[in-house]
Design a protein around this ligand. Structure first.
Ligand SMILES: [Zn+2]
Length: 269
């Protein structure tokens, strides 16, 4: 998401918006203020909060909030550049460039909100601090507040904002920690390692995404069942935990132990 934000920051603020819309009925989540109130205004650039992209207007009156979920894509198209026939959402800028949101598949999960700055603030208030640059001290506090499995803790946006399931796999592997380890059991050295891994892995991902790398080139552990671990060569293992599939290296992370499935349905039985 940070790579997208950087790529969009300059172009979206180059010209005022000449036309806002159309928007798919399932994509646009707000109707007041209407989308047309954006027309004639200029965006101040692109910001990011966790997985949400924010586009405030330069008069400080409105914020366009975009959540792409998993299948949404946001592209800036120069004048004349070919785009999708029916974008889920689009902004047309003076001069003809466009910002278009597309979403693969029939299910429309990505969302666009047009909000006042106060409403945007309220919308984002439940998010925890940003993962990148969190630091060991802050992470230690978060780990101490409740006893949680590390994979689940890293993904909880109310505790730490900006880590999804794939990066939770990558981070825990780099930190050499079990996805099932309980947060309150970590010693100071392990918290240090986890904080360092959050930064190094997110930075690595950012650099690769900026160069246009795809998932295969980006992830070294996630979705690599049976392939050799890039550190020790042992085959990567997989375990189902709650509603997620976790990938990990049994040599590097669990002292050779194979983790057992803990599906939500089993826990409820
Ligand atoms: Zn390994």
């Amino acid at each position: 998401m940070e790579a997208w934000r950087r790529a969009l920051d300059e172009p979206v603020s180059a010209f005022p918006i000449s036309r806002a819309g159309p928007a798919h009925v399932a994509t646009l989540k707000t109707y007041d203020p209407p989308l047309t109130t954006l027309e004639g205004r200029r965006l101040a650039g692109a910001r990011r909060r966790a997985k949400r992209l924010l586009f405030p207007t330069d008069d400080g009156e409105l914020v366009l909030l975009v959540h792409l979920m998993t299948a949404g894509r946001l592209r800036y198209l120069r004048f004349g550049e070919k785009g999708p026939k029916t974008p889920a959402f689009q902004l047309v800028f003076e001069g003809g460039a466009r910002l278009v949101l597309t979403e693969a598949g029939a299910k429309k999960r990505a969302g666009v909100w047009l909000l006042t700055p106060e409403a945007a603030e309220a919308e984002l208030a439940h998010l925890g601090p940003e993962a990148l640059g969190l630091g060991a001290e802050r992470l230690a506090e978060i780990c101490a507040t409740e006893s949680r499995r590390l994979h689940s803790l890293l993904r909880d946006q109310r505790l730490i904002a900006g880590i999804g399931r794939a990066w939770a796999n990558e981070i825990l592997h780099t930190a050499r920690l079990s996805p099932y380890a309980l947060s309150q059991d970590l010693d100071a050295a392990e918290v240090e390692r986890l904080a360092a891994a959050i930064d190094s892995e997110l930075e690595r991902g950012l650099a690769l995404r900026e160069r246009g790398a795809n998932d295969r080139k980006t992830y070294r552990v996630h979705d690599r069942l049976g392939q050799p671990c890039h550190v020790c060569g042992a085959p990567i293992a997989r375990v189902d935990f709650e509603e997620h599939t976790i990938y990990y290296c049994p040599q590097c992370q669990t002292g050779g132990r194979i983790l057992k499935d803990r599906r939500l349905s089993c826990l409820l039985r």
